[in-house]
Design a binder for this molecule. Structure first.
Ligand SMILES: Cc1cc2nc3c(=O)[nH]c(=O)nc-3n(C[C@H](O)[C@H](O)[C@H](O)COP(=O)(O)O)c2cc1C
Length: 189
């Protein structure tokens, strides 16, 4: 299954999304990650049902602030971003710079959280996509998510049922990325 893993783009997601139990399972899988010294450098914000539409107001306001000349159609598209999928989960990196574990390692843990969630959703028969888009980096959106000074959006995880199976895409040849270290190489000869 892992060798066939694919994301399903948000526009190709439809109902049903994960119900309350399935979503709790996906989030629990997200917490089941390697985490050096148990920092737990992440948290989750869920968007289901009407909350997706309500958050559209935040997205629309932020987009208009950045693009005052934007046509109504473009603003409407931005407002509807979370409506593309039944469920969206914002994974927030809550980094602890004062902790003995380097922020780099904490960041790696948060990436693992996001990917574990995708894998768990897939195992339950759902599809998903990890997106950041522009609004992961927007100050207005950060304010609405009440991000602290050491927090950042790691991803908006979109979950639902795939309208159709995604096509395969070109993949890197794994062997081209692998070198087997030997003592001779290490000595530069
Ligand atoms: C941190 C992160 C952010 C991403 N943000 C976007 C994005 O904003 N837009 C996008 O089209 N794909 C984004 N992607 C890529 C998709 O999640 C996905 O990997 C891509 O659609 C390719 O599909 P695949 O996972 O089946 O290879 C992001 C991936 C990561 C890891």
């Amino acid at each position: 299954m892992l060798l066939r893993r694919r994301s399903t783009t948000a526009v190709m997601l439809q109902e049903p999304g994960p119900d309350e139990n399935a979503l709790a399972h996906i989030i629990a899988a997200g917490t089941r990650v390697p985490d050096h010294r148990r920092v737990v450098p992440y948290r989750f914000v869920t968007f289901t049902g009407a909350a997706r539409d309500a958050f559209g107001e935040v997205l629309g306001t932020a987009f208009m602030a950045n693009n005052p000349e934007a046509e109504a159609e473009a603003v409407a598209l931005e407002k509807n971003r979370f409506l593309r999928a039944p469920t969206v989960v914002a994974v927030i990196a809550s980094l602890k710079p004062e902790h003995k574990t380097p922020v780099w390692e904490q960041t790696l843990t948060v990436g693992a959280v996001c990917h574990n969630m995708l894998l768990a959703a897939s195992a339950l028969g759902f599809a998903g996509q990890w997106l950041t888009e522009w609004y992961a980096y927007d100050a207005t959106v950060a304010g609405a998510l009440e991000l602290g000074s050491d927090e950042q959006v790691a991803g908006f995880m979109y979950f639902g049922t795939a309208k159709e199976d995604p096509k395969e895409r070109p993949r890197v040849e794994p062997a081209t990325l692998v070198t087997a270290w030997s003592r001779e190489d290490g000595q530069g000869s």
